[in-house]
Design a binder for this molecule. Structure first.
Ligand SMILES: C[S@@+](CC[C@H](N)C(=O)[O-])C[C@H]1O[C@@H](n2cnc3c(N)ncnc32)[C@H](O)[C@@H]1O
Length: 386
């Protein structure tokens, strides 16, 4: 397997599970703060999962089993199979981009089911690449992994020897954070674990949640919490952050959780899930420039598809789903000048919808895999309009 990474592996970090540090008065307000509820899964809390084994060439403390159950796996295979088997039933001659490789769960299934398929796996997280690399090693040179943000798809294709347009048969996006990222408290994604205020998906990137919280002015913080977290008390929380950091810089997730509890009025704390959920989501989106990255990646992925090629995107929160929905609506719209009674030849839509609107996970899947509860899956196919 070829593994292309833009930089070196991250340092080994100790696997820690810090004791919950909230003060007793805070816990009296929020006795459930120690626990995880199903509706909070998308915002950075996962039940603890076992770690097992170690990974060659990867930090030794990474869980190889990941505890990650790929979301809507059967449906993804069903939706992409027609595009991947156009040349041959075993996928020979077809290329699939897994733009969010994660632990490699989806990729492993595609490579197993289609023994001729070539897969290009992207992830911005070097730990994920190391874990997935190990998992997919047995598929040899059918797999190429690239350390990049998914909006770097054009460069990734070039690096793997493919043209940036019209060269792949399928693209899969399974957005958001992975179980592996959530399961490592020291990365700071979870408000249920005390950890440094980090939240970087790429441990080699420079911007952290601590830097945002300690250096952005109140207006900028309010804007982040409002736009990316749809937090009603954005301005109040931002004000409390600014006041608190004047005493000493914020360093830990537990400090931020306490500030959020103090800032949100008591009656409002009891509704809408964990009070820290929206703020943590907002910071994670800002730290990782998630929406900018997705807005640039979707058009690049569409351009990469050959006629008959398909793209499947799974989004877990409304801001990302809106970006996908808008891009897919534009791609499946007629390009004929408005007002013409007929479609001009060659000006029809470039893509057709494969799913009707957004598909959701059914109750069985949500039971088996609570992470699938918020998912919205959309798929479209490139038309053959030569
Ligand atoms: C939900 S996980 C994918 C899980 C994967 N489908 C599996 O079955 O194991 C999402 C992955 O996407 C990665 N990711 C998120 N945003 C990204 C971006 N802008 N560019 C590249 N990778 C990204 C994360 O680092 C994470 O590993």
């Amino acid at each position: 397997m070829k593994h292309s990474a833009t930089s070196s592996e991250p340092a080994v970090k100790p696997r820690s599970r810090a004791a919950w540090p909230l003060s007793e008065p805070t816990l009296a307000y929020f006795p459930d703060a120690r626990f995880v509820s199903g509706r909070d899964l998308d915002a950075g809390v996962m039940p603890p999962q076992g770690s097992g084994g170690s990974v060659v060439d990867a930090p030794q403390d990474l869980p190889e089993s990941h505890g990650h159950v790929p979301v809507l796996l059967e449906r993804c295979v069903e939706l992409l199979a027609p595009a991947l088997t156009r040349h041959a039933p075993d996928g020979s001659g077809a290329v699939l981009i897994d733009a969010t490789l994660g632990a490699g769960g989806h990729s492993e299934r595609f490579l197993t089911q289609f023994p001729g398929l070539r897969l290009i796996g992207l992830d911005r997280d070097p730990d994920a690449l190391a874990i997935a690399g190990r998992r997919l090693e047995r598929f040899g040179d059918r797999v190429q992994l690239v350390h990049t943000r998914y909006d770097g798809i054009v460069d990734a294709l070039t690096e793997t020897g493919l043209p940036a347009t019209g060269s792949v048969d399928g693209v899969l996006f399974d957005l958001g954070v992975s179980s592996m990222q959530l399961d490592r408290p020291e990365r700071g994604f979870s408000y249920a674990q005390d950890a440094p205020l980090d939240m970087r998906m790429d441990s080699e990137a420079s911007l952290t949640a601590a830097e945002i919280l300690n250096t952005y002015d109140r207006g900028a913080l309010t804007d982040i919490l409002r736009r990316f977290g749809e937090e009603k008390f954005a301005s109040r929380i931002a004000g409390f952050v600014v006041e608190r950091r004047a005493r000493s810089p914020l360093q830990r997730t537990s400090e931020l959780v306490e500030i959020i509890y103090d800032a949100i009025p008591i009656p409002a704390r009891r509704t809408g899930g964990h009070p820290a959920k929206r703020t943590f989501q907002a910071l994670r989106i800002a730290v990782n420039a998630e929406l900018e990255s997705l807005s640039a990646a979707v058009p690049a992925a569409l351009a990469a598809l050959r006629p008959g090629g398909r793209i499947v995107v799974m989004a877990y929160q409304s801001l990302e789903d809106r970006i996908v929905k808008t891009a897919f609506a534009a791609a499946t719209a007629s390009r004929s000048p408005e007002g013409l009674p007929v479609e001009l030849p060659g000006y029809g839509p470039e893509f057709t919808a494969v799913t009707r609107g957004a598909e959701r996970a059914d109750a069985d899947e949500i039971d088996r895999n609570p992470r699938s509860a918020p998912v919205r899956l959309r798929a479209i196919e490139r038309e053959d309009i030569r």
